[in-house]
Design a protein. Structure first.
Length: 252
């Protein structure tokens, strides 16, 4: 299968995780400054230092009253007050501290009994908000974006997905020791993500070096969902030197 046209994401290799977080926070703050800002947000370990900086900026006066935001994903069967909940994560790390009212941000409802209705409601809500302006992304070590696991179609929309064993193992730390980790999640699709006006992907640490090289230098393929960002005309990839270690092509 081939996908066209292909674009070259804007790659910035920065020396440290802190430098990556500073740059990402600058770009997100710029996006938030727009009067109709709609932000797509990620969870996980990678964005934590970015949210810390944005909390600081909000404490120093960055206006967020007009912001609307949508989360990429949520585990199925996990209540908002469970420690693994992405709703809980975002409320704690970002939306609560910046004072964003609950009616300005959304996370797919992982407790829904009708995933089809909930995921189609979510797509409609994103569209009704005018679409996502800037979408923040991390990447799983297996190449997933959101919870679009390998094999996900590039035109997929928000839906329920099965998590791979690799992802369940990588994210086991989200859950209390001994608890069976979520087997399914609701996630924006790759097609949903590609509709955002701009993508901001952040990749840090040595454990992501292999997937970053595959994402930027391997073939564009559903086997590595993150390669889909090369189909987007305005994608920025911020990486630290450890994540960049396996890139082989000369960079300008
Ligand atoms: C999180 C998400 C995932 C993570 C990815 C990397 O909302 O959609 O794709 O971005 O699993 O997670 P970390 O940053 O914990 O390595």
């Amino acid at each position: 299968m081939s996908f066209a046209p292909e674009h070259q994401p804007q790659l910035e290799i920065l020396p440290t995780i802190d430098a990556v977080a500073d740059r990402a926070a600058d770009l997100i703050a710029q996006a938030i400054a727009a009067p109709d800002a709609v932000l797509g947000v990620a969870t996980g370990r990678t964005p934590l230092p970015i949210y810390a900086r944005l909390r600081q900026r909000a404490a120093n006066g960055m206006g967020t009253a007009h912001l609307r935001a949508f989360a990429l994903d949520e585990y199925c069967g996990v209540a908002p007050d469970h420690q693994a909940s992405y709703r809980g994560f975002l409320e704690r790390e970002f939306f609560g501290p910046i004072g964003l009212p609950a009616d300005r941000w959304q996370v797919p409802d992982g407790l829904t009994v009708d995933a089809t209705a909930e995921t189609s409601r979510y797509e409609t809500a994103i569209r009704a908000a005018g679409g996502i302006g800037l979408q923040l992304l991390g990447v799983g070590r297996n190449g997933h974006i959101g919870f679009n696991e390998p094999g996900s179609a590039f035109d997929s929309l928000t839906r329920a997905v099965d998590l791979t064993e690799d992802t369940r193992e990588a994210n086991a730390g989200d859950f209390p020791p001994g608890e069976v980790t979520a087997r399914q999640a609701l996630t924006m699709g790759i097609g949903t993500i590609l509709r955002a006006k701009r993508l901001l992907m952040v990749v840090t640490g040595p454990a992501k070096a292999r997937v970053l090289a595959a994402m930027l230098e391997g073939p564009v393929t559903a086997a590595v969902p993150a390669t889909a960002i090369r189909l987007h005309p305005d994608a920025i990839v911020l990486v630290d030197s450890e994540a960049a270690a396996q890139l082989t092509r000369a960079r300008a």
